[in-house]
Design a protein around this ligand. Structure first.
Ligand code: FDA
Length: 300
């Protein structure tokens, strides 16, 4: 962690909530479901899709996990009622994966069943490495039972290519991303180019099998090479989409959209935005640099 980033993380934690809200606002739709619905409508009017994420801090007990599940079901219903071009992303630990795997499976199953009833879709986000295996197990079980679900793989993990070999057999709907957590060198690539190389190898393996892929990155290098790969492999447009985070590189987002490719924006919302923002800063101090840039570009 650079000295500057360390400093920014420390200072941010001491700032009043209202001030943190100024920069966090760029990355978060708001506190209420209605805020997220309004934002998604704006994106949809430009032909851009969304995936909604109900923010939540690490779940301590089953009651909290059940509450989180109810909110997710409300989101699925709101997507249907408002006819939004959107699906839902969920964090498995928010559904109780760290407490009890079978319980989390049942919770996720319930959410996906609701999504299926509206012909919608749920993406299971991938968290840090202690949860990789349990998340894949839960994904497989839900997928086998009812479908309408997809999983995320992280290019920084050395295991990812062999996970794809297994998951390709199930016709998996993937999101591929670099990975946001801090992982040990024994299991994860650390160098920027090594992560990019593995991202592209992973993408090729997924596309070769004609699996659906959400290509989640803001990295021009990866987007340029994904374009090339898609053309060279003659991949139909209904087999992939580009995915980006709310508030990040909007010009690039619009360019991909106007190139005629499907773009989906990850839209987090909820009361826990403050804890979420601070946690993201601590997890990945690189984000502190972006925050710093945002504070000083505020009002431009
Ligand atoms: P990189 O970090 O190199 O960013 C490229 C450029 O984009 C930067 O130079 C900067 O300009 C800009 N940028 C990137 N992130 C920014 C930010 N937060 N704020 C401002 N500017 C930023 N991870 C994970 O472990 N599990 C998951 O389930 C997901 N899910 C997910 C969904 C979607 C839709 C996206 C886009 C990303 C994720 N991620 C994730 C996060 C992912 O693993 C990764 O940490 C970030 O996307 C940043 O990596 P890039 O590929 O964008 O490259």
């Amino acid at each position: 962690m650079s000295l500057l980033n360390t400093l920014i993380v420390k200072v941010t934690q001491m700032l009043p909530k209202s001030m943190v809200r100024v920069f966090a606002g760029k990355y978060i739709a708001g506190e209420e479901l209605q805020d997220a619905i309004n934002l998604v409508k704006q994106l949809n009017s430009k032909g851009i899709f969304a995936t909604l994420d109900v923010l939540g801090e690490s779940i301590q007990n089953k009651e909290e996990a059940i509450e989180a599940k109810k909110k997710c079901i409300e989101v699925i219903e709101a997507i249907e009622t408002n006819k939004l071009m959107a699906n839902l992303s969920i964090k498995p630990t928010q559904m109780g994966l760290a407490i009890d795997e079978e319980f989390a499976f049942q919770q996720i199953l319930e959410i996906v069943q609701k999504a299926k009833s509206f012909n919608n879709f749920v993406r299971i986000d991938m968290e840090d490495s202690p949860f990789t295996d349990p998340t894949i197990r839960v994904y497989k079980k839900v997928n086998e039972k009812i479908g309408h679900v997809g999983v995320v793989l992280q290019a920084y993990l050395k295991r990812t290519l062999s996970d794809i070999e297994q998951l390709n057999k199930l016709g998996t709907n993937y999101r591929i991303c670099k990975g946001i957590y801090v992982e040990p060198e024994s299991i994860a690539y650390k160098k920027r180019q090594a992560i990019r190389d593995n991202f592209l190898k992973a993408l090729r393996l997924m596309l070769e099998n004609r699996n659906y892929v959400g290509i989640a990155t803001h990295d021009d290098y990866l987007i340029g090479n994904s374009y090339k790969m898609i053309k060279e492999m003659n991949i139909p447009k209904d087999k992939f989409e580009f995915q980006m985070l709310l508030g990040v590189k909007e010009e690039l987002r619009d360019r991909i959209n106007s190139d005629g490719y499907k773009v989906r924006i990850y839209v987090p919302f909820g009361e826990d935005w403050f804890a979420y923002s601070i946690r993201r800063l601590k997890e990945n101090p690189q984000i502190a640099g972006y925050v710093f840039k945002n504070i000083f570009s505020f009002g431009k």
